[in-house]
Each structure stands twice: as structure tokens, then as C-alpha cells.
Design a protein. Structure first.
Length: 230
């Protein structure tokens, strides 16, 4: 990973918006949060609530709710079916070629379940959010309800979410920000998931705002800088 700032502040006189490519493998609730914040900003919401525009949505298969949300919002979208590729490298090349075509400044994984090989050009320009406090409860197969069930089974008293840069392993890149929430005695996987998702809706946009403002720097395995209050 780079040891230099991973982005140049986009607070120029032209006020150019950060162009996002959002990758989805499910219902697209995280994508919808970014769309809703973008719309609020466009109609005169809080200044710099959304210094971004969703320029492209990519789904990992057909029939996804996330792709439907892109269509409803009139956002350019594409589907790259993982099962049509024998190797991760070829699959990843196709995905990032589409990101190139959309002139994406930053790629967001939003419930994306497929391993990627990150091209050098996108080093420090791909983010993910995971529904646990990494490095706990991460890795292959740990997504959605699997994570929350594991947290409850282990008896944790605190859970939360982690925003991190993406490398070539599952849930292993440098951590940008974490937000916590309590695990209650009567929690189910579903009730805990809802509480964690509320934190995700705050933490992920905060991390993207920090990226847009040039406030993040990767030093080895650490991200130095601030994603604001999450």
C-alpha cells in the first residue's frame, strides 16, 4: 500500500464532486444511503453532506436489488457475473475496466461478496464496510447474518462496523474508521444487525468525506487522519 496521501482534496474552486463506483451483491441498502445523501445535498441540504456523485453501480449477478435501485435513480449500471469467470484476475480486470470508463475517483464495496485483485492504479482508492469490529469476525464467509450470529455466540458485549481500504484479501486492508454499538442481552442476529447498520450509515459516508477532503494517509498497515465523528 502507498505511504503517501491517498487522495488530493477536491475542495477546488470548481467544487468537483468525487465520482463513486459502487459495487453491490445484494439489496443495495448501503448504496441507497449514498444516493439519499447525494439527493439531500442537491436540494440544498447541509453543506458538503455529500461531496460525491454515484457515477456507476456494478452488480455481481443479475436480479439484484442494488442494481434495481441504480435503475430507479437513473444511475449508470452494469452487471459482471462472477460465475462467468474462472479466475479472480480476469473478473477483477473487467470490473475495474468499467470503473475506468466511469472515471471513478473511489470504488466502494457495498455488500459486495466477491474477492477482487486491486490494480496498482486503484491502490488506496477502494473502500469496504464490514459489519463487525475488524479484525474480529472477518474473512471469507463472514458476511451479513453470519457475522452477527458469531458475535452473539461468542458473547461479545460490544459490536459495530469497520470502514477499511481494500487489499487482495477478505476484510484485511488498513482500517479507516470504526463505530461501536452495544450488544444487548435479548439481541437476535436481526436486531443486532439493525443497530450495526445504523452505525454503518454514518461511518461510511464520513470516511468518504474524509477521502474527498484529502484527510487520509496510509502508512504501512495504518491509516493516519480523521474520518470525523462516526
Amino acid at each position: 500500500m502507498s505511504t503517501t496521501p491517498v487522495t488530493t482534496p477536491l475542495t477546488t474552486s470548481a467544487r468537483r464532486k468525487l465520482r463513486l463506483a459502487v459495487l453491490v451483491s445484494g439489496s443495495g441498502r448501503t448504496l441507497q444511503n449514498f444516493i439519499d445523501l447525494q439527493r439531500a445535498d442537491e436540494v440544498g441540504g447541509e453543506e458538503e453532506v455529500a461531496p460525491w456523485e454515484v457515477a456507476l453501480v456494478i452488480g455481481s449477478k443479475y436480479g439484484l436489488g442494488g442494481v434495481d435501485r441504480a435503475m430507479a435513480a437513473d444511475i449508470p449500471h452494469a452487471v459482471v457475473e462472477r460465475n462467468r469467470f474462472d479466475e479472480v484476475a480476469a473478473f477483477s480486470e473487467t470490473v475495474f475496466r468499467l470503473c475506468d470508463g466511469a472515471r471513478a475517483d473511489l470504488v466502494l464495496l457495498a455488500g459486495w461478496l466477491c474477492l477482487l485483485r486491486i490494480p496498482a492504479l486503484y491502490d488506496g482508492r477502494v473502500m469496504n464496510i464490514h459489519p463487525s469490529l475488524l479484525p474480529a469476525f472477518g474473512g471469507k464467509g463472514m458476511f451479513g447474518h453470519h457475522v452477527h450470529e458469531a458475535v452473539l455466540k461468542t458473547g461479545c458485549k460490544v459490536s459495530g462496523c469497520t470502514v477499511h481500504f481494500v487489499d487482495n484479501e477478505y476484510d484485511a486492508g488498513p482500517i479507516i474508521a470504526q463505530a461501536t454499538c452495544p450488544v444487548l442481552d435479548d439481541d437476535t442476529a436481526e436486531s443486532l444487525a439493525a443497530r450495526v447498520f445504523a452505525e454503518e450509515n454514518r461511518a461510511y459516508p464520513a470516511a468518504v468525506r474524509a477521502f474527498a477532503g484529502g484527510r487520509l494517509q496510509i502508512r504501512g498497515r495504518r491509516v493516519v487522519g480523521t474520518a470525523g465523528h462516526v
